[in-house]
Ligand binder design. Sequence first.
Ligand code: FES
Length: 139
Amino acid sequence: MKLLDDFINSLDKNKDNLMDTLHFCQESFGYISEENKDYIAKSLDVKVSKIDEILNFYSYFKTKKDKENKIIICSGALCQKKGSEKLTKELENLNKNNDFYIENSRCIGACGMGPIVVLNDKPYPKVEVKDLSNILKTE
Ligand code: FES
């Protein structure tokens, strides 16, 4: 929030700074989170509904992070039997900052390699809980 706060404090208070602030937020964080949206509304004394109108109108503005760090955990029957639920729980623990999108999928057709985790299209076979933090560090 400090980055955004510093930017807002540097603005000329006599101007309408909403668009500049939204652009700054988009460029700095890659999207405009609910938290940042509320903060901008409060800081610039504008209604959240006005910001929502702008965000809905301009497709340039994103309200969610791009799904560039996506982890798929196969939760097909064989991978479940080999421990995929434990992997999901551990990944959720390791993902406290929501740096990764975690998704469970049906069988992805590599049952012999299960339990299988796919990080940004790269498959990791026979994954154990202890392997997960190293896998995440590869990104
Ligand atoms: S059940 Fe996981 S790959 Fe088939």
